[in-house]
Design a protein around this ligand. Structure first.
Ligand SMILES: [Zn+2]
Length: 119
């Protein structure tokens, strides 16, 4: 059986997006190179150092971004369906979804607090 090694054992490759020019690129966060700085290959903006804290902060930021998207989506649902003149079932959805939104908010606050501890 042929063993396929598609990539050379890269540890923790991460996709970055430059906040300045929005170029996306991949960085292997753990490597033996002396230069630990991460620069945007397009505009040259300095993005940070490759270390474990940086990896953790990056992961948390990505997760928070996804949660924020979902929270916004559910908040809109909540605003629509919590209104009086709709179907009983839908109105129940509107009030119950509020609980889910609250959990998302708490989780995002927890993640933010955790993120601060890695700074
Ligand atoms: Zn850039």
């Amino acid at each position: 059986m042929a063993q396929s090694r598609q990539k050379d054992e890269a540890v923790l490759p991460e996709v970055f997006e430059c906040p300045q020019c929005e170029r996306q690129f991949v960085v292997d966060l753990v490597e033996t190179s002396d230069d630990r700085s991460i620069w945007c290959p397009q505009c040259g903006r300095y993005l940070g150092e490759k270390d474990v804290n940086f990896i953790l902060v990056t992961e948390i930021e990505e997760l928070t971004e996804r949660l924020r998207f979902e929270r916004d989506r559910l908040e809109k649902d909540e605003a629509v369906y919590a209104m009086t003149d709709c179907d009983v079932e839908l109105r129940k959805y509107g009030t119950e979804i509020h609980k889910v939104v609250n959990i998302l908010r708490r989780t995002m606050a927890d993640l933010d607090a955790l993120k601060q501890s890695y700074r």
